[in-house]
Design a protein around this ligand. Sequence first.
Ligand code: DX5
Ligand code: ZN
Length: 226
Amino acid sequence: MGVSPKIAPSMLSSDFANLAAEAKRMIDLGANWLHMDIMDGHFVPNLTIGAPVIESLRKHTNAYLDCHLMVTNPMDYVEQMGKAGASGFTFHVEVAKENWQELVKKIKSAGMRPGVALKPGTPVEEVYPLVEGTTPVEMVLVMTVEPGFGGQKFMPNMMDKVRALRHKYPTLDIEVDGGLGPSTIDAAAEAGANCIVAGSSVFGAPEPGEVISLLRASVEKNSSPL
Ligand code: DX5
Ligand code: ZN
């Protein structure tokens, strides 16, 4: 199969006061991507970081910065996120129904990889046109908790969405986000997810490197050809 595992610790669970060191620690422990949760206090009831923090972090790492924009107006942030050094720009389909084509084009011309996310209550069919369009998104992020906070419980019924996407799109990057850890990874990997966001399970572990390896092993086991 054409998909490779991408383990993406969610820096929301890191020590923000030591972000550069935390990023280095995760990459040294085998993380592929760093997941950056950008919230505007409007699309979700929490406020986190924005482009200035991405810009600061970029000076300390070459890692792929997988930016998840939980914001009401993603279009307003494309240019600044591109300049700041974001690698991936994943917006929510719920706020891009009218302008996703323009948004995806803008993300690409700003040098970033476009992705689309969907909340637990949003039907998976809503992202199909974005994957099949002439300027398609390159990743679908299936939320497995309500966006806004780390440390919530994984919603196993979201795996139907992952299965449907994997069935339709064998080589698409499919990311899961929320409540992923040693006890939930097999369900996600079996359903077909290959990009795994994990915050509290990685940062809260005595040996975060072991959790990263375990997540990767589960994806590898499930995505290797028979
Ligand atoms: C939630 C964020 C997640 C969060 C995941 O809105 O999108 O990325 O940090 O944290 P855990 O892995 O603790 O559920
Ligand atoms: Zn996220």
